[in-house]
Design a protein around this ligand. Sequence first.
Ligand code: ATP
Length: 207
Amino acid sequence: MIGILGGTFDPVHYGHLRSALEVKDIFGLTEVRLIPCAQPPHRQQPSATAWMRLEMLKLAIGSQAGLIVDDRELKRDGASYMIDTLSSLRQDFITEPLLLFIGSDAFNQLTTWHEWQHLFDFAHIIVMTRPGYEIQQLDDFFNTRLTKNRSELAHNSAGKLYFQQVSQLDISATAIRNMIAEQQNPGFLLPDIVIAYIRQHQLYQRQ
Ligand code: ATP
């Protein structure tokens, strides 16, 4: 089974890295692919360029076994839609279960994603919840796909919805960018090697 964690990673931080490692172990995944979004369709354009965000991810992951940086969204033109990314991954992994991990905030917006219903044609969707998170009322579309049985994920290559609690660290890239702009030290929120890259390229300084 292969895990997929998309994001802007502007910059990558320990919240991302810790959840990637945690879900890899919980679900017994062969690998988790961290996929930086080149041109987010839904939000403000990121502060750092896509290539810089990719570089920071590569530095952060280093040689951590089972975590892979996947640059496929940077190789496409136009808005980076997850449906295109999953379709492309499915061509690489024809029969393997694909698990797309999204935060509960992202899940609440899922029905605004391009061709969102078809995401389930290519992958399972795993919603990473915080302790105490109440699952919102699901409509029929989601209820028919919902499973509470983890083994169903391995027995189907796509199509299931599953909620998994993870120990989310209270870290956000927005807060890190703001700290750097305010000349505060973001140490211990993200790897030192990424902080060094940010300094070297003078990223996230106040305009
Ligand atoms: P920003 O503050 O710029 O919106 P972010 O820190 O939320 O960024 P993204 O790159 O947008 O990071 O997030 C990518 C994915 O990682 C999303 O699925 C998001 O839910 C998840 N994520 C972000 N922060 C954390 C965290 N602290 N713990 C666990 N997952 C996180």
